[in-house]
Design a protein around this ligand. Structure first.
Ligand code: SF4
Ligand code: SF4
Length: 389
C-alpha cells in the first residue's frame, strides 16, 4: 500500500480534474483537458476497427463485446462514435448523483435523448434499483420508458434482490412482457451461491446475469460463471475494470479488456466512457489478442488492486465487532480513489448511518476481520475516514 498518505485537501487538489459530475459541461471540460476536445477522433476511420460480437445466451440477441455503461449524460458525440464503432449494447442505470440532482420521476434524459436516434440499432438494458415491491419495480420501468421514449427495454435488470424479491420481479416481468414493455429479464447479483440455483432452475424467468467478474475474480466465481453459461444464461460482468485502479499505476485498461475478451463465457462488458478518445482506445484494445505483455500488466495490477478492490462477496458481513458495514466503506474508498469521483464517494458515505460514520478504525490495534479476497480492510476504511469523515 502507498505509505505516503494524502490529506483530504491534497486529494481534492490532485483529483479535481477527474471528478465526475452530473453536468455535461464538467465531464466534457475534464475530457477536453485530458484528451482534447470531446468530439475529437484519434482514429481517421472506423472501418479499420472491428467490434467482436457475441450472442447473449438464450436471448439470442447479438451484442457487441464492448458495451457502454450509461450512468449519466455524456456528450452526444460520444454515443455517435460508439455506435459508429459497432458498440450495440447500452446498459443504463440511474446513479446516485443523478438521483440526487433530478426529481424522483426524472431519469438521465440527456443520455436517453442522445441514444434515441440509434434505438433500432442498439440493445438497451436498464437496471431497476428499487426492489421493495412489485408495484415499485413496475413504476420504475414505466418511468424509464416514458422518459426515454425507447418504446420497450430489450433487457430489464433487477438489482440484488432477495429470493422473495426475485419472485416479485418474475411476476413484474410477466406483466411487463404481456404489455410489450420488456423482452428479457436479468438479475444483477453479488450473492451467487444464493442466486445461481434459483436462476438456473427450469422455471426461472431470468435470461441474463450480471456478476462481478474481472481479472481478480477467484476460481469459485469462474465456476459460477461456467454453471450460468451451461444453463444458457447471458453473462454480463459487473466491474469489468476492477474499480479503475489501473489509472493509479499509469496503465491503460487494454489488458483488462483483452483478458475478458479471451473468456468466451463472457458476452458483453458494459464500460463507462467519458470521451471519444476512451471509446476509441477501448475498441482498439480489442483488435489484439491477450499477450504476454498484458499478463505482466495484469500481474502488476493484481498487486496494486487486490488490497483495494471489493468484489462484494459478503464474507465480512456482520464481522466487525464495532458494527461497521465494511464492504460499503471499502466501496466508498474505491469510488474516491479508483474512479476518482469524490462526489459519488461522499454520496455513498453519507448514506451510511451517522453512528457508523463516527466509528474510527484508529481505535483498533489491528483489524479482527479477514477478507478472503485480500482487501486491506483497515487501511481502506481509514482512508475513507481521512477523506470524508
Ligand atoms: S471486503 Fe472482502 S470479504 Fe468484504 S465484501 Fe469485500 S471482498 Fe468480500
Ligand atoms: S479495524 Fe475497523 S473494520 Fe476492523 S475490526 Fe476495527 S473497526 Fe472493524
Amino acid at each position: 500500500m502507498n505509505s505516503k498518505k494524502q490529506t483530504r485537501r491534497e486529494f481534492i487538489k490532485t483529483t479535481s480534474g477527474a471528478l465526475v459530475t452530473i453536468g455535461a459541461a464538467a465531464s466534457c471540460a475534464q475530457a477536453v483537458r485530458k484528451e482534447g476536445r470531446v468530439g475529437d477522433s484519434s482514429q481517421p476511420a472506423s472501418k479499420a476497427l472491428k467490434m467482436p460480437k457475441r450472442v447473449l445466451g438464450r436471448t439470442r440477441l447479438s451484442v457487441s463485446f464492448l458495451g457502454f455503461a450509461v450512468f449519466h449524460l455524456r456528450h452526444p458525440a460520444i454515443y455517435r462514435r460508439a455506435v459508429d464503432l459497432g458498440i450495440s449494447y447500452f446498459h443504463t442505470v440511474v446513479d446516485s448523483n443523478t438521483r440526487k440532482l433530478l426529481a424522483p420521476d426524472e431519469y438521465n434524459l440527456d443520455a436517453f435523448a442522445a441514444l434515441r436516434p440509434f434505438r433500432d440499432r442498439i440493445v438497451v438494458s436498464h437496471m431497476t434499483v428499487d426492489r421493495s415491491s412489485k408495484p415499485a419495480m413496475l413504476k420504475d420501468l414505466d418511468g424509464v420508458l416514458q422518459q426515454s421514449g425507447f418504446g420497450h427495454l430489450d433487457i430489464w435488470y433487477i438489482c440484488c434482490p432477495s429470493p422473495e424479491q426475485l419472485d416479485d420481479f418474475s411476476e413484474a416481468v410477466a406483466a411487463a412482457r404481456k404489455a410489450g414493455k420488456v423482452r428479457y429479464a436479468a438479475l444483477s447479483t453479488h450473492r451467487l451461491a444464493q442466486d445461481v440455483p434459483q436462476v438456473t432452475a427450469p422455471d426461472s424467468s431470468i435470461d441474463v446475469v450480471m456478476m462481478s467478474y474481472n481479472f481478480l475474480s477467484p476460481p469459485e466465481d469462474r465456476e459460477w460463471l461456467a454453471k450460468l453459461h451451461a444453463a444458457g444464461l447471458g453473462i454480463v460482468p459487473m466491474k469489468p475494470l476492477a474499480g479503475r485502479f489501473y489509472e493509479k499505476t499509469a496503465d491503460r485498461p487494454d489488458a483488462l479488456i483483452r483478458w475478458l475478451a479471451a473468456d468466451l463465457g463472457v458476452h458483453t462488458i458494459p464500460v463507462g466512457m467519458s470521451t471519444v478518445g476512451q471509446v476509441e482506445q477501448n475498441v482498439a484494445a480489442l483488435q489484439q489478442p491477450l499477450s504476454d505483455e498484458d499478463r505482466k500488466v495484469l500481474k502488476r495490477l493484481t498487486a496494486y488492486t487486490s488490497p483495494r478492490f471489493c468484489r462484494m462477496c459478503g464474507a465480512c458481513d456482520g464481522r466487525c465487532p464495532q458494527g461497521l458495514a465494511i464492504s460499503d466503506l471499502v466501496r466508498v474508498a474505491m469510488y474516491a480513489e479508483g474512479y476518482g469521483d469524490l462526489h459519488l464517494a461522499r454520496d455513498h458515505f453519507e448514506a451510511i448511518p451517522a453512528a457508523q460514520r463516527r466509528i474510527s478504525c484508529q481505535d483498533c490495534q489491528a483489524c479482527s476481520v479477514h477478507c478472503p479476497n485480500g482487501v486491506a480492510i483497515r487501511d481502506r476504511i481509514r482512508r475513507v475516514q481521512e477523506l470524508l469523515a
